[in-house]
Design a protein around this ligand. Structure first.
Ligand code: SF4
Length: 258
């Protein structure tokens, strides 16, 4: 019996393929627990069986590249998208172009709703330093809300080993959207470590960010990203010297507590 039929629906029967029903909280928790024993590829197969509109967010870290490759090998379009904050490294945009060419896919970019001049006028010209949480909201969280609005399932490369704020992340969680809708967020690589990610990249010759070979462990916006020292964590180069560790797309998008 394949993974698609191993998971039971809310009423105890086998779950239908591309089941149009929204998942009840109890059903979501049960499915998330059952998927803990599955491989990332099995989790992805379940997602594509269960949901209609599936999309993958990537900031072009190593995990995002791995997921694009896995989905491509399943014969699927990852329907990948990214947040172009207008503060990205040129090397990040170069990787976007390289991935598009390598896999024959299109990666959609979502920019802030406001032009940079409007952001400066509304919040001040030095928002990144004066209020990075607001800057992240304008340049990342709000665009992400738009990006996932039409999805049934949002795939993300988030992993538990990336830091304390992610250590308890489930495989599946419900995220509330405007208008009362919810999107199911899925982290197929949540149980993988850095070693497994890089083993997959090298074994499968997956294109990856050139800055990851130049001392950076995680690459975000230029003003808020630094290389890391030996022994530092994967995200220690982000917002260095600040208490801030998350931009908000994984923590502020309206997770439904159940
Ligand atoms: Fe602004 Fe820095 Fe957040 Fe990018 S990471 S949106 S530059 S605060």
């Amino acid at each position: 019996m394949g993974a698609r039929l191993a998971l039971l629906g809310a009423h105890g029967g086998p779950m239908l393929l591309e089941d149009p029903r929204p998942m009840e909280p109890s059903e979501l928790r049960a499915a998330s627990a059952e998927l803990e024993s599955k491989t990332p590829q099995e989790i992805l197969a379940w997602v594509f069986d269960r949901f209609g509109a599936v999309g993958l967010s990537t900031a072009f870290g190593a995990s995002g590249s791995v997921l694009i490759d896995m989905i491509h090998r399943m014969g699927r379009d990852p329907n990948a998208f990214t947040l172009d904050t207008r503060r990205l490294f040129p090397e990040t945009l170069e990787l976007r172009d390289r991935l598009e060419k390598h896999y024959g896919i299109r990666i959609k970019s979502y920019e802030p709703a406001l032009a940079d001049a409007e952001i400066d006028a509304r919040y001040g010209a030095d928002l990144t330093r004066q209020n990075p949480d607001q800057c992240c909201f304008v340049r990342k969280v709000e665009p992400m809300r738009r990006a996932v609005a039409g999805l049934d399932c949002w795939l993300s490369g988030l992993r538990r080993d990336q830091g304390p704020t992610r250590a308890q992340a489930p495989i599946l969680q419900a995220v509330a959207l405007e208008g009362g809708r919810t999107v199911v967020k899925c982290h197929p690589l949540v149980a993988w470590g850095r070693r497994e990610v890089w083993k997959y990249i090298f074994e499968n010759q997956v294109p990856y960010h050139v800055l990851l070979d130049q001392g950076y462990a995680s690459v975000g916006c230029v003003p808020c990203t630094t290389p890391v020292e030996v022994g530092e964590g994967e995200r220690d180069g982000r917002w260095r010297g600040q208490l801030k560790t998350e931009c908000g797309i994984h923590t502020q998008l309206g997770e439904i507590k159940s």
